[in-house]
Design a protein around this ligand. Structure first.
Ligand code: GTP
Ligand code: MG
Length: 323
């Protein structure tokens, strides 16, 4: 569908490209947002403008506050980054300690975690980053905690079954505290209104050893969840798979002509990725010199030559031919 852009929009876009300061950029983006024709053909562009505004807006606020705790950013590693969010003492650090190489402090008293601790969790042959966070509470939570949540790919709400009576109250409080910081929870990722970040969310009901039969509760939760116990190990495999599934990534392996595929370390790409996306991920320059690609796995037959817009499936093996 043609976008039918108006002259006003085109002018605003030109200003955006020339803008050098955050303020100029934001002003131009806001003009673009108000002048872009609103129909299906401009959906992607509108979402992109919204995203840019949200991102610049955040950077702007941070710069003005001159705020830095040293915890504003955890570099992402692996197939995705999931942050553990919950009230004090719910078992966040215990999960990170049980599932990753990291060694966060676990304690009987609340507010034991004061700094973010990242660790890598393995799901089959993929690494997923879990980030242990301090608890959310109205009085004690520092702003950088919310910045880290905003930057994550997935939120895992960690709620303890030994406080089952408070489950609804905790859920309500957490959603309120997040929404006051323009963070909304949802089952799947979505683009929010200006400055609002919508985060895909999963739930871990912890300490299952303390309350047998809790799996029945899962159907009543607002987001998909699992029941876990680090004491018994229950649900930890389900937890790994749930987070992997929620990331919506696919794994692609590569092979050289005449050789066996490298099955040790897959590339991870967003679900729906094409052969060309994969080629670019393997090597930026390959895309320019691409001759053809053969696929093992989802093709109709093994070693089939596929076009560059061919959509890959999880587990596909590709052989890239460049010339
Ligand atoms: N029985 C049982 N106890 C658990 C389980 N997981 C955590 N705990 C206990 O719950 C307490 C709190 O665990 P943490 O992992 O430190 O909780 P947290 O959510 O990180 O707490 P803060 O950092 O203070 O927010 C500790 O005494 C843990 O031993 C579990 O699966 N079963
Ligand atoms: Mg902790």
């Amino acid at each position: 569908m043609p976008a039918n852009l108006t002259p006003e929009f085109i002018k605003a876009r030109a200003r955006f490209f020339k803008a050098t300061t955050t303020e100029e950029k934001l002003a131009a983006l806001e003009d673009m947002q108000s002048t872009i024709p609103k129909h299906k053909g401009t959906e992607k562009m509108r979402a992109d403008i919204k995203r840019k505004i949200a991102r610049l807006g955040d950077a702007d606020i941070r710069a003005k506050k001159g705020h830095s705790s040293g915890h504003d950013n955890i570099p992402k590693e692996g197939a995705g980054q999931a942050v553990l969010v919950g009230p004090p003492n719910s078992g966040k650090s215990s999960l990170v300690a049980a599932l990753t190489n990291a060694k966060p402090e676990v304690a009987e008293y609340p507010f034991s975690t004061l700094v973010p601790i990242p660790g890598m969790m393995k799901f089959e042959d993929v690494g997923i980053q879990l980030v242990d966070l301090p608890p959310l509470s109205d009085e004690y939570t520092e702003p950088w905690v919310y910045n880290l949540i905003r930057a994550a790919d997935i939120v895992i709400l960690v709620l303890s079954l030994d406080e089952i009576d408070l489950l609804d109250e905790y859920l309500g409080d957490l959603r309120r505290m997040l929404s006051e910081r323009h963070l909304e929870l949802a089952t799947e990722a979505a683009v929010g209104e200006e400055r609002v970040r919508i985060l895909p969310t999963r739930i871990a009901l912890t300490k299952a050893d303390a309350l047998p039969g809790a799996a029945e509760l899962l159907a009543e939760l607002p987001f998909p969840g699992v029941v876990t116990s680090v004491a018994s190990g229950e649900g930890l495999d389900d937890f790994r798979r749930m987070i992997f599934d929620a990331l919506h990534v696919l794994r692609v392996y590569t092979k050289l002509p005449g050789r066996k595929p490298d099955l040790a370390e897959p590339y991870t790409l967003p679900a729906g990725a094409t052969v060309l996306d994969a080629v670019r991920t393997v090597h930026r320059d390959f895309a320019d010199h691409l001759k053809y690609v053969r696929v093992w796995g989802s093709g109709r037959f093994d070693g089939q030559q596929v076009p560059s817009d061919y959509r890959l499936a999880d587990g596909d093996i590709i052989e890239i031919h460049v010339g």
